[in-house]
Design a binder for this molecule. Sequence first.
Ligand code: AMP
Length: 453
Amino acid sequence: MCAIVGIYGNQDASKLASAALFAMQHRGHEATGISSGHSNDEDSKKIFTVKGRGFVRDVFDEEAFKILKGDMAIGHNRYSTAGDDSIFDAQPIQAKYKLGEISIVHNGNLINKDEVRNRLISEGSIFQTGMDTENLIHLIAKSSKDRLRDRIVKSVKKLKGAYNFIIQSRSKLFVLRDPHGIRPLSIGKLKSGGWIIASETCCFDLVDATFVRDVKPGEMLIFSDETPEPESIMLDDTQEFRPCAFEYIYFARPDSIIDGKSVYATREAMGRALAKKDQDMLDADMVIPVPDSGVPSALGYSKQSGIPFELGIIRNHYVGRTFIEPTQAMRNMKVKMKLSPMKSLIEGKKLVVIDDSIVRGTTSKRIVKMLKDAGAKEVHFRVASPEIKFPCYYGIDTPTKEELINAVKTKDEVCKYIEADTLEYLSIDDLRDAIGRDRNYSLVSFDGDYFVK
Ligand code: AMP
């Protein structure tokens, strides 16, 4: 997951970056960081960085903003898919090299990271972090090109996988999206002046920015005071655009527009499709969402079926997402801390329960038990995504294949395991219809089509 942001040409750059990161906190809260600098002040061509573990609100205070001076900034919320969760693996990563100083933020996952890293180490590089992102710093530093832009172009050609990078030099921002455009990245114009580049458009409202366009797959943009508009250079337009379907299912906030599609509308369509499948089969009393990511799909299910929508599960908002703690023991406890049943509402009732996905089966099992303990008569579990059978290596934190319950058990076995009365998933076809058939979305987790070669 992870969120990245870049601000260019605004005196409040670091404050705006932290506001944007705050709006994108759902994409990761293990660590956060911001680098900033002056784009056009010859005397203070320095990069300033503040980073720390935990939430945006805890890391950036007045002291931090005193350090983070300047009219450009880049920022990151961490959710580890590569490296570990120590502070050394927080971003941005800042480094000095022959041409000066740079700082980098990255969302995605590089599939050839070990190969590139091992080669760099055998050539003498000393790595400071466990992150795949550091590969790019070393490649840029070792390049023999005279200009940073040429070093970047040459270096990214050696990387494979899902990547959105924002690179800050002492006077410019470089923005890159991988040739398949797997993870989202949008550009906005700040009403108070300058530009914002961010993983999700949901942060544009908070910083008062208007959406301009999405970064194109394979595109590099350069923000500098040499040109009023960012310079666009197409590095690779030979690959098929394959944005990640999981952004629509789970990652993104419902109020984001990802590559032209409303996340809320796609989730509602997923719920409608589940209801159509159940038509005339269920006489349930109510549809209840697993909050928060199941809410739009449950609304879609309710509208399509006519079964009333109720909030049968209440979420404690002060606990993070269930996945965010990396160990199984912590995850079990977090589900309990996070969700509680509305006993008076569900007692003696037949429920349709909608969640966005089943990964290991921990959450769904716990939820069914919780609802049955609270007196539910029947629990019909509906999942607003197809069966996850394959690990994704393109920037999603997925467990090994053996840990994916749908990879090792049949649907009936999973239903039995989670102790639901019935269990249904969205079909891959219905998922394609819900997001739209205009693009060949990445469905790796569902079809195992590892298309990055
Ligand atoms: P599990 O308990 O392992 O079956 O996980 C399913 C729950 O985790 C669902 O309720 C989802 O909302 C959430 N989820 C699904 N995919 C991910 C992911 N890649 N990272 C974090 N959370 C996820």
